[in-house]
Design a protein around this ligand. Structure first.
Ligand code: CA
Length: 718
């Protein structure tokens, strides 16, 4: 095979040399590698030989190992200071942008919020085509964390994207026209897809999200040509007699109690699916169980397999190979769906082929990719939930003090968003370091009384209270940690030594994806809105430019016609501090930005004229204290996911405290129960809310709006 590959590339080289001599190379015809532009002629052989095509970035993680390391060196530590914007494109989605751009055969492919796909000429930035799957906006209600999409996969002339509504969609890479589409989930249940599909052995592999709701996790593999289901792996047992039961799931059933299947069980695989052609295995991590509170979902405890676990399956059949449960009987939303990557490392004097992950839990794991043996697990961030990891069994030694109850709240590090979440990490074989965004934060948990808790459709079913007098007392106690957001930084982690090599502080709390290059550069954005290049060995800041937006996504880099580019999607929920909306089509300056050495393009610097100035103008509070307190509880349960904790929202989803609707309970009811704004994604909560609950919510928001107004006025007094 290698010989054929070599011959094929030699042939291309010869043809290309001939064309160059004739002066007939045209970027609209050839992409510089013999493939016509837009052909997306990616296959296994080409991906396995990706290092012979350093110019391309053919999949989200670039190579099969998902290291996100580029061999390109034109942009390097010596000249990064002269980076500038080559071109940019405004996006028409004003929600979070989380995709890594893919560049193959001269075309840059991206996905954006609401699962839209766009293809650009990678050099000029000319839009070639766009595709909108027209996801029904009410699906946003069951998407835990906005409506992003983390990227596309390209394969043999097709582009694959997961629709937020659970569809897997295949497009023609040249035209953007639909080839096939299949519903991978039960649309009646609260499933969503935000991850990039993974292509392996001619199959498209995809999981789903929804473990905060009431779903059962699974991973599916579809034939890339036809869209036919090839295999499906369920991560938690179903109801007794479930036809999908395997011996492993039957064994897993013994780690649960009660009628757990009625709430789906959870364990969704919502990101981080990895294929390793060395072992021919697919690896993925699973999310939390439903509910978060263990005493509600599985009274009397049990490990609740295979939630919060990393699982290896055979790529061809989907058959179980090994698993490691990172968090036995998780209660803190410690999904282990963070990116997985494979690498060859020298460990204990031996060359080992390993799988690595930096999950939410704050421990950096290295496993033997073939056997699943835990080779190391070292804390990369503050945590108090485990006193360590037993390497022999792989089992975490859970600190009993963090197991919370109805009368026993507990403060836990890290918070549910994790010490590191989905944000792509990168590894440089040159420096031997892994580059990741770390966020430090604690959270307090208290269980809802089991008898007052009821599993409901389309809402968070955590069984947990995050605000209470008991929690306030806990934080007020001597020696308690500071409540709220902590530090966040770019960390260079030495996986072999199991320790931090350096860190560079971010200006604002939040995480972003990373990219590392053979030019000795690490690229990362941040929530302060900068896009920054760091020296990969020292962490020294070599270049930064404002993007006018929060950056969540990871950059990628590619070369066209001898010019190296760095591409990045920007856009979070709301612009970063001190920045204003500059685009008519997007509330948060969502854009695709492409940089090169000496680039001179400029972002618009004037605020978009019709941006509405927000004004706090609530009516006086007339609701009783009881109503406000009940409304606070309901808000945490039903509203906070979109409209923000304590009713403080970002700028893409309305901050209800500023809403003129607060002046009319009738209008409020028309929206909350009547579905008057369902076309915008604010669906009716009729049948979900108990009688009078909508009114409690109304008074609670008015109360919060008046508090904010009073604080605002107090701050303006001399
Ligand atoms: Ca989760």
């Amino acid at each position: 095979m290698m010989t054929i590959m070599k011959a094929r590339y030699r042939l291309f080289a010869t043809i290309m040399a001939g064309l160059v001599a004739l002066g007939s190379v045209h970027s609209a015809v050839f992409a510089g590698n013999g493939h016509s532009q837009g052909s997306a002629a990616v296959d296994s052989a080409r991906l396995r030989a990706a290092d012979r095509e350093p110019d391309a970035w053919m999949r989200a993680g670039r190579t099969y190992d998902d290291q996100r390391f580029s061999p390109l060196t034109q942009i390097n530590a010596g000249n990064a200071a002269s980076l500038g914007l080559a071109w940019y494109s405004d996006l028409d989605s004003d929600r979070s942008q989380e995709a890594t751009p893919i560049m193959v055969d001269g075309v840059l492919y991206i996905s954006t919020a609401w699962s839209k796909v766009k293809a650009f000429d990678a050099k000029s930035g000319r839009l070639l085509w766009e595709f909108d799957p027209k996801v029904p906006r009410d699906v946003g209600q069951v998407a835990c964390c906005d409506v992003p999409n983390r990227g596309v996969a390209v394969w043999k002339g097709r582009v694959y994207v997961g629709g937020l509504d659970g569809r897997l969609i295949a497009l023609d890479a040249a035209t953007g026209k639909l080839v096939w589409s299949t519903q991978t989930t039960d649309p009646r249940l609260s499933y969503t897809i935000t991850q990039a599909p993974l292509v392996a052995k001619g199959m498209v592999v995809i999981g789903n999200s929804g473990a905060e709701y009431n779903v059962r996790g699974f991973v599916s593999a579809y034939d890339a040509d036809s869209g036919k289901l090839k295999w499906r792996f369920y991560t938690v047992p179903g109801a007794p007699g479930d036809p999908h039961t395997t011996p492993q799931l039957e064994a897993a059933r013994k780690t649960w109690s009660g009628e757990f299947w009625k709430s789906g069980g959870g364990g969704t695989v919502w990101d981080g699916i990895h294929f390793d052609p060395v072992t021919d295995m697919i690896y993925f991590g699973t999310g939390n169980a439903v509910t978060w509170a263990a005493d509600i979902r599985s009274p009397g405890a049990g490990d609740n397999l295979f939630t919060a676990s990393v699982i290896a399956v055979d790529v061809k059949s989907g058959a179980y190979r090994w698993h490691q449960q990172l968090v036995p009987s998780d209660e803190w939303d410690y999904d282990v769906c963070s990116p997985l990557m494979s690498a060859d490392l020298m460990i204990g004097g031996r060359r080992r082929h390993v799988l690595m992950q930096a999950p939410k839990t704050g421990f950096f794991y290295i496993w033997d990719a073939k056997t699943g043996e835990t080779l190391s697990a070292n804390a990369f961030a503050p945590q108090n939930w485990a006193t360590g990891i037993d390497l022999k069994s792989g089992r975490a030694k859970v600190n009993p003090a963090v197991r919370y109850g109805v009368d026993r709240p507990a403060i836990i590090w890290p918070a549910p968003q994790g010490a590191h979440n989905w944000h792509p990490i990168s590894f440089s074989p040159r420096t031997g370091l892994v580059y990741l965004s770390v966020t430090e934060q604690n959270a307090a948990f208290q269980q809802m009384p089991a008898q007052t808790f009821e599993i409901k459709d389309r809402v968070f079913n955590t069984g947990v209270i995050f605000t209470s007098d008991a929690i306030d007392r806990l934080y007020a106690a001597p020696g308690a940690p500071k409540r709220g957001l902590g530090a966040s930084y770019l960390q260079a982690w030495d996986p072999v030594k199991g320790q931090e090599a350096w860190r560079a502080a971010y200006p604002e709390y939040g995480a972003s994806g990373t990219l590392v290059t053979a030019g000795g550069l690490v690229f990362a954005g941040n929530h302060g809105g900068d896009f920054t290049a760091y020296d990969a060995r020292s962490g020294r800041r070599l270049w930064a430019q404002p993007t006018q937006s929060r950056v969540l996504a990871a950059p990628s880099t590619y070369m066209v016609d001898g010019q190296q580019y760095v591409a990045l999607l920007v856009g979070g929920r709301g612009p970063s501090t001190g920045q204003v909306r500059t685009s008519a089509t997007s509330a948060n300056n969502s854009r695709l930005l492409v940089y090169k050495l000496g680039g001179t393009a400029q972002l618009p610097n004037a605020a978009f004229k019709s941006a509405v100035a927000l004004r706090l103008d609530p009516p006086l509070l007339t609701g009783s204290t009881e109503r406000v307190i009940a409304g606070q509880q309901s808000f945490g349960k039903y509203c906070a996911g979109c409209h923000g904790v304590s009713a403080v929202a970002d700028k893409a989803i309305p901050d209800l405290r500023f809403s003129p609707v607060l002046h009319s309970l009738t209008e409020w009811k028309g929206i909350v129960l009547g579905g008057a704004r369902s076309a915008n994604g604010m669906v009716s909560f009729k049948g979900i809310l108990a009688e009078g609950e909508e009114e409690n919510l109304y008074h609670y928001v008015i109360s919060e709006a008046n508090k904010a107004k009073a604080a605002d006025e107090a701050s303006k007094r001399p």
